[in-house]
Write a protein that binds this ligand. Structure first.
Ligand code: UDP
Length: 240
């Protein structure tokens, strides 16, 4: 365990990361592969908290554009995160990794209610804690939920696994001259409005000194290599 740079992490996966090449829902092979990455972390001795988005199913803002009440749409988005979380719990269980879903919205027949104390207890016991239903409040994102939960479970680092390699000065897909930032401060990410996470999520990390690593989820084995000390992706942290 001593070769790991963290004891406990909060890993944020977007719902979209679970879609694979589809445009809705969960691709079973992507779920299985992602669960395998989490298993490798747990077997290496790491405590893993997970927050999974819901964008592969519903997003409140999108539903509101279609005419639905925003609060109702956000409730649907949060329920989508619970569905993804249950699927991840199942995928982990199938490969021998114990996991528990803890939801910010109470649904005792489906999963446990979230409390930081219970989440930490599961993590200490070697179980993956999957923290579902975002913050439980509309008008927030699962990135903000991930920052909040990272702080609450006293993670050493939050990792946002995305489809790009890290933070760039512009969208690298659209702009070939986009500059890659291996390291930057929270304030720079905020001031330059870099597409790291929404401002609420970044401010929560900044104000609580939570280091934030942005990296590519499609880079197989990268999470474990990162935890073993390899420099991967971009680090957002406090600075001069
Ligand atoms: N959501 C919410 N409050 C939260 C977290 C999420 O209302 O604290 C809703 C919101 O509608 C959001 C949806 O759940 O669009 C899915 O989350 P998100 O868009 O962050 O998922 P991701 O982009 O990570 O897949």
């Amino acid at each position: 365990m001593s070769d790991l740079i963290c004891r406990r992490i909060l890993l944020k996966l977007s719902g979209e990361a679970l879609m694979g090449s589809g445009d809705f829902g969960i691709a079973p092979e992507v779920m299985a592969r992602t669960a395998g990455e989490v298993r490798d972390l747990v077997e290496a001795g790491l405590q893993v908290g997970l927050v999974i988005g819901g964008g592969n199913i519903f997003r409140g803002a999108g539903l509101a554009q279609g005419g639905l009440d925003r609060v109702t749409g956000d409730h649907m988005g949060m329920l989508a995160t619970v569905m993804n979380s249950l699927a991840m719990q199942d995928a982990l269980t199938k490969i021998g990794i114990e996991a528990r879903v803890l939801s910010a919205l109470s649904m005792p027949d489906v999963c446990e209610p979230f409390s930081a104390r219970d989440a930490r207890r599961h993590l200490d016991a070697g179980r993956v804690a999957i923290l579902a239903a975002g913050t439980g409040n509309p008008y927030f994102t699962t990135d903000s939920a991930a920052s909040l939960r990272a702080v609450e479970i006293q993670a050493d680092m939050m990792i946002k696994a995305t489809k790009v390699n890290g933070v760039y000065s512009a969208d690298p897909v659209k702009d070939p001259d986009a500059e890659f930032y291996p390291r930057l401060t929270y304030n720079r990410a905020l001031a330059e409005n870099l597409q790291v996470m929404d401002a609420t999520a970044i401010v929560l990390c900044r104000d609580n000194d939570m280091p934030l690593r942005i990296m590519n989820i499609n880079d197989s084995g990268a999470l474990l290599r990162l935890m073993r000390g390899e420099v991967i992706g971009s680090l957002v942290e406090k600075g001069e």
